[in-house]
Every structure is written in structure tokens, then in C-alpha cells.
Design a protein around this ligand. Sequence first.
Ligand code: NDP
Ligand code: 8G0
Length: 454
Amino acid sequence: MSEPEFQQAYEEVVSSLEDSTLFEQHPKYRKVLPIVSVPERIIQFRVTWENDKGEQEVAQGYRVQYNSAKGPYKGGLRFHPSVNLSILKFLGFEQIFKNSLTGLDMGGGKGGLCVDLKGRSNNEIRRICYAFMRELSRHIGQDTDVPAGDIGVGGREIGYLFGAYRSYKNSWEGVLTGKGLNWGGSLIRPEATGYGLVYYTQAMIDYATNGKESFEGKRVTISGSGNVAQYAALKVIELGGTVVSLSDSKGCIISETGITSEQIADISSAKVNFKSLEQIVSEYSTFSENKVQYIAGARPWTHVQKVDIALPCATQNEVSGEEAKAFVAQGVKFVAEGSNMGSTPEAIAVFETARSTAAGPKDAVWYGPPKAANLGGVAVSGLEMAQNSQRITWTSERVDQELKRIMINCFNECIDSAKKYTKDGNALPSLVKGANIASFIKVSDAMFDQGDVF
Ligand code: NDP
Ligand code: 8G0
């Protein structure tokens, strides 16, 4: 079967490992690859509901339960017309390794539904979520598999999915994360991926400049305008940076002086109602007071100038090799991925070459891979599970502090593993190789201990 996205994610991990000294130093780890690449279980199911016109619709639902050596399967649900098994396998495979880097007890999984929710009524969205959970509820549970949102699944959908689970199973339990704050959710979960991405990038800046620079005064290009992009942008602004772009599936907005937090608040409320950036820019007063440029059908990358930092936060393969070259040419020094597999392999190669051939840390381009840079979301999901088990709620200060600690720990682990196992490690460590090696060792050791690999 042709599974291009999964193949791409798998090959990135394998090439990091093959480039390292891990297999030379410990040949047993090679045995893990053919085992860990096969999901423990894939559930594929029919989802059917009545639309607002009284017609029956049907769509394909999935849950890929990839690996449970380190804890219950954990990972989001994507509701998007592009959803297929290759995409969910790539996301599930990434999730296994990412989750191990959080330091919390979580396995890896991913699921979703091939559907476009855009333009559907609240009632129809509720019926779709209930129909999806009618089957999924047989396969998940707080100690088995704990899904959350992802593209197309936000707080509203998690509410309906949780209500459906509760009703079908007669059980109120921490079976989903990203829940409402008044019914078992964790403070800072909505913010976690975007905030964590910025904390990870801060650690990159710190390392490269020996603590001399920060987000203050930096120009940042961001793609996407959903959950991850919004909170990354707000944190960049809070830390004194300028957000020069955002985007959606139809186009991008560019602001030389910086998109404001008021504009982001308007985007946030309009996106729940499926408005495009083009509509938002023409309808909301925050955009008439503070003009931005809208470019239809384009990603922001080659339309921004004098940028220091790039944070892709929309979807997979949204940075091409050519766009990566344009970043390097204009002096971008930090790229960190909010989206999963945001960069193509060609783009990663461009960034990694610009790191390994640099004269020193300050001249290098630092590439923060998604399985490290965006793990803040699933990390706070793990903290939500911990709070649910204890039946208590932590303060936002405590969750935010834990999130920072987890992001910085993860950064240090990436650096340490790159130094220990890569040939060019000591001078300018590769974060992508470090993340792949560190996480592969953690997952592999758990699999050996439990007899998954022998
Ligand atoms: P949202 O659904 O909230 O937002 C997605 C954004 O990306 C929207 O602006 C959407 O545009 C745009 N987008 C989606 N698909 C495409 C496409 N094919 N081409 C161009 N633009 C597209 O999702 P999230 O913000 O939650 O997720 C964004 C990325 O971050 C994903 O890769 C996700 O896997 C990853 N991620 C999310 C985490 C989380 O906690 N939510 C955690 C870790 C990673 P439009 O509005 O037009 O639909
Ligand atoms: O919280 C989660 O399990 C979750 C949700 C959406 C995306 C991700 C991810 O790490 O990609 C995790």
C-alpha cells in the first residue's frame, strides 16, 4: 500500500538513527525498527449520521493504536477531508516518540474522521460527534486510549465527544483531554502547544546566543490561524516579538508592524464559526483600524521580510525546499515546528546543512523538530490525565511552570543525545537527530523490558 506521509515520517527517524553511532554502540536497537513501525492495532469504522437536510451521510472513521509500551495510547483526533490511513499512521508514529520525550507515561496513537465540518450547523456537528463516538467508545478508556482534539476538533467537538462517551458507557472518566474547564479540563491546555513551542524556541535562542538574546525585538513569521498558531502568536507578542504573518487554508495575512493580540482574539472567535481570514480581515474593526495585507492562495513564507524566526503551525509539508532556502537567504536563524511534519524532507535538509556548515552557534540555523518543539500540547494533556486521576485541578501557574520545565528538559535531552551519538554532535548538535535518538532509546527500552522486542 502506498503510504507517502507515513513513509516520510518513518524515513526521517531511520535516517537519524543510521547517521548516528547508536547501532554501532548498541546493535540490539536495530531489532526494534521493524516491530515499532507496525501499529499494535488499527480500528477503521463506518460513521453515519443525518444531515440538516434530512439526508444520510457516511464517512470513514479511524483510530490507530500504535504503541502502548509507555502508557495508554495518547494522541489527537483529526476531522478533515484529507484524513486517510497514511496521514494517521504518520501522526501516530510521531506521537509514540514525542510522548516519550514529555517524561510522562503515555503511549502513542492518533485517529480521525474524513469529513469537512466547515459550514455545518452546531446540531449537525453534535450528531457527527455522537455518531463517531458510538463506535470509538468501544475501544478507548482512561487506562486504554485517551484521545484529544487536533485539526478540526476543538473545545466544542471535545464536549460533544465526551458527552457521547459518558452516555454510551455510563462512566465519567478522563477518557479525553482538552475538556472544558468546568468539567475536568486542565487550565493552560488550550494554550499549551503554542506556548510550549515558544518556550522551546526560547531554549534554542538561549543556547545559540549564550543567553544574550530572547524573543524581544525578533520578527516572527507564523503559518496557520488555529489553536496552535493563535497561542504561539500571543506568547510571541507577550515576550516582545513581532508577529508578521498568519495564514489559513485559503491564504495568508502579512503585517510589517505586527499582528495585534486584539486581532488574534477576533480571529479566534471567528474561526469557531469557520470564517476565512479573507472574511475576517474585511469584517472586523480591529483590521480596519490596523491594516494587514491579505494574499489569496499563498503561504506567508516568501512574502515576509527581515524575519528572524519561523514557526509553521498549520499542517504537514507546508515548508518546501525552496521556501527553506528563502528563509536561510534572508537570515532566519530559528525554525520550530508547531505543526506535525511541517517541513518537507528537502526543507529539513536545507536547515540542517545551514546548521552543520556554520562557523559557530550564532551563525547557524537551528531547526526544532515537531516531536520536540510541539510536545507541550500532549504534555499538558498528560497533566490533565494526572489531575483527573487525582480528581483535583491545578492552578494555571502550576501547569505553566510544569510546561516550561518539560519543554526545557526536552530541549536538553535533544542536545545531550545529539552530542552523545552523532558525529558532528559536539560543535553544533542536531536537534532533529537528538530528538529522534533520545526518544527511540526510551521507547525501545520499554519494549525490550516488556517483551515486545526480544
Ligand atoms: P486547527 O484546526 O485549530 O487549525 C488548523 C489551521 O491550519 C487552520 O488555520 C487551518 O486553516 C490550517 N490548515 C489546516 N489544514 C490545512 C491545509 N491542508 N493547508 C493549509 N492550511 C491548513 O488545528 P491546530 O492548530 O490544533 O493544529 C495545527 C497543527 O499543529 C497540526 O499539524 C496539528 O497536528 C499540530 N499540533 C496540534 C496540537 C494541539 O494541541 N492542537 C499539538 C501538537 C501539534 P482553515 O482555518 O482554513 O481550516
Ligand atoms: O493532547 C493530545 O493528545 C494531542 C492533541 C493534538 C495533537 C497532539 C500532537 O502531539 O500532535 C496531541
